[in-house]
Design a protein. Structure first.
Length: 95
């Protein structure tokens, strides 16, 4: 279990979802012709390279708008970034 800036611990299923999201971003970046370096994607998406690296590693929970910028920079539909994410396994957030 990890925590993010809200300091609410993330569940194992949330960690798994963020890991899958990060892998999808990394795969989309590597599949670019020519391969898109991480620092170039970060620049085109308007995020710090360290933040992008953490998103790809599944340790940061990016905002929706950040994901839209990443998808635009990768020239992919935003939904592609969520392929294989098991959203049904997510536990309900505590109220």
């Amino acid at each position: 279990m990890s925590t993010d800036r809200t300091s609410r611990p993330r569940s194992a299923s949330e960690d798994a979802a963020l890991t899958r999201l990060g892998k999808n971003i990394q795969i989309a970046r590597i599949e670019q012709e020519p391969k898109l370096p991480q620092d170039r994607l970060a620049l085109e998406a308007g995020v710090a390279r360290s933040h992008l690296a953490a998103i790809e590693a599944g340790t940061h929970n990016p905002s929706f708008v950040t994901l839209l910028h990443i998808a635009r920079a990768l020239e992919v539909e935003p939904g592609k970034l969520f392929a294989g994410v098991d959203w049904q396994a997510l536990e309900r957030a505590p109220k």
